[in-house]
Design a protein around this ligand. Structure first.
Ligand SMILES: [Ca+2]
Length: 99
């Protein structure tokens, strides 16, 4: 990889929400990475849908309380747009796997 593309990658990594975002494989990534991404997305979707009692595609604080200690205790941090609910992307922590 050339130096200029490394610099660009570093810039992209710092401009995105979290450093780990760049480590999330795309759903259509070749080979095992793509397979794992699709399997993880499926699992995440099952969890999300199970908690989304109102089926509005968002998780309220009430919907996660008692079902996920992690989501309940980190709710305000994960609710990055501060609208009081967790979107699919906020739940995942990245926006690389559209629902
Ligand atoms: Ca939100």
């Amino acid at each position: 990889m050339r130096k200029s593309s490394l610099a660009l990658l570093a810039l992209l990594a710092t401009s995105t929400a979290t450093h780990s975002q760049s480590l999330i494989p795309d759903l259509d990534a070749p080979g095992t990475r793509g397979e794992m991404a699709r399997a993880e997305k499926k699992k995440a979707e099952v969890r999300f849908d199970a908690m989304d009692g109102s089926k509005d595609g968002k998780l309220s604080r009430d919907e996660v309380t008692g079902k996920s200690d992690y989501l309940a205790s980190n709710f305000d941090k994960l609710d990055s747009n501060k609208d009081g609910v967790l979107s699919w992307e906020e739940f995942l922590g990245h926006n690389r796997w559209p629902k």
